[in-house]
Design a protein around this ligand. Structure first.
Ligand SMILES: NC(=O)C1=CN([C@@H]2O[C@H](COP(=O)(O)OP(=O)(O)OC[C@H]3O[C@@H](n4cnc5c(N)ncnc54)[C@H](OP(=O)(O)O)[C@@H]3O)[C@@H](O)[C@H]2O)C=CC1
Ligand SMILES: Cc1cn([C@H]2C[C@H](O)[C@@H](COP(=O)(O)OP(=O)(O)O[C@H]3O[C@@H](C)C(=O)[C@@H](O)[C@H]3O)O2)c(=O)[nH]c1=O
Length: 293
């Protein structure tokens, strides 16, 4: 028997967590922002009451907007995770907190390992990095799971943006000098379930981990793959020009290298893990079947 509680239940990851097939006797209860704002101490008490484990899937994820809404981004991504972690400590339960590749500056040549120094380039990354620190400070029994380039059928993401732009335009321009692993929210949810099972069975492998899909591409390579796979359903295919970051100015700077080495999580928890193209095929089928653009 286990009762898992999830914040940010209406987000990409929250939605996928609530769709998971569960082991017998397990329940997952999701709380949307309307049901439990993670900045509200009273809401936090409701979240942890009777829970065996808390997954924090709530976050402020608008990377560019965060540059002008820094206060809100810090409240949600930096301060609230500390409040959640403190409440978990008092309730005697572990917490799985989700973080991002954007805590790194992307200057490393190889994939980042967990012990590499963080150096976020923008407000979103900086707020998430402070959130990690707050969780580590407040709660020993934590797993911080950094992931990257998340997409799903539900919610806002690069895949759906590309599909929408691809129906509106003949030609798109997409940056080819930022590299990372597109990761399906459903795969992260399955990994979180695998980690939860081990933690609730007595594993003490707490700490910070990287989890993404296998293999790395660029945003341009990701866009090409999306249109290769979606072309039969869309009936058309835009051209996708590979451009440098300098040709696509954005308010927030993004890391050039977002690749995360996932050996540590595989050794400790052996979660399921797929190539990003395999997962993309599945999610695209779902998006195109439901025309949820
Ligand atoms: N998206 C990505 O590409 C990546 C995400 N991550 C991390 O993964 C995690 C999940 O991200 P993802 O599912 O994509 O994010 P989404 O933006 O899809 O979902 C986040 C959810 O958090 C909710 N939320 C925002 N503020 C609060 C609040 N104060 N209290 C309660 N809920 C709140 C949002 O509610 P509402 O809908 O009302 O705004 C939304 O439903 C986050 O920690 C994110 O930082 C890591 C790497 C990449
Ligand atoms: C729409 C578009 C974007 N781009 C570029 C801009 C940017 O460098 C890159 C990705 O754009 P987006 O703004 O969709 O993605 P972005 O919001 O930066 O995605 C990030 O979200 C946060 C929450 C994370 O934690 C990260 O892991 C990452 O997934 O693609 C183009 O080059 N052409 C385009 O037409």
């Amino acid at each position: 028997m286990a009762r898992i509680v999830v914040t940010g239940a209406n987000g990409q990851l929250g939605t996928e967590l609530l769709r998971l097939p569960l082991p017998a006797g397990w329940t997952i209860q999701g709380f949307s922002r309307a049901e439990a704002d993670i900045r509200d101490p009273a809401a936090i008490q409701r979240l942890v009451a009777g829970a065996d484990l808390l997954v924090n899937a709530a976050a402020y994820t608008a990377v560019d907007k965060a540059e002008e809404e820094a206060d809100i981004a810090y409240q949600i991504n930096a301060e609230a995770p500390g409040l959640l972690a403190a409440a978990c400590r008092e309730a005697g339960i572990p917490m799985i907190h989700v973080s991002t590749d954007y805590v790194f500056d992307g200057s490393k040549a190889d994939a980042y390992v967990e012990s590499d120094p963080v150096a976020p380039l923008g407000v979103y990354g900086a707020s998430k990095e402070l959130g990690e620190r707050a969780v580590r400070k407040e709660l020993e029994r934590h797993v911080i799971l950094r992931t990257s380039w998340v997409y799903a059928a539900h919610g806002r993401n690069f895949v759906k943006t590309m599909l929408r732009l691809g129906t509106e335009r003949e030609a798109l321009r997409v940056v080819a000098d930022q590299h990372g692993a597109p990761t399906a929210a459903g795969d992260i949810a399955a990994a979180i379930l695998a980690i939860s099972r081990k933690l609730l069975a007595g594993s003490t492998a707490y700490g910070t981990y990287h989890y993404t899909a296998e293999d790395v591409t660029s945003w341009h390579g990701f866009a090409e793959a999306i249109f290769d796979l979606a072309q039969p359903a869309l009936g058309k295919r835009p051209t996708v020009e590979a451009i440098p970051t300098s040709a696509y100015p954005t308010p927030a700077q993004r890391p050039a290298n977002s690749a995360l080495d996932c050996s540590k999580v595989m050794a400790a928890f052996a979660p399921p893990r797929r190539n990003w193209r395999t997962a993309l095929q599945e999610v695209l089928r779902e998006i195109l079947a439901s025309s949820r653009l």
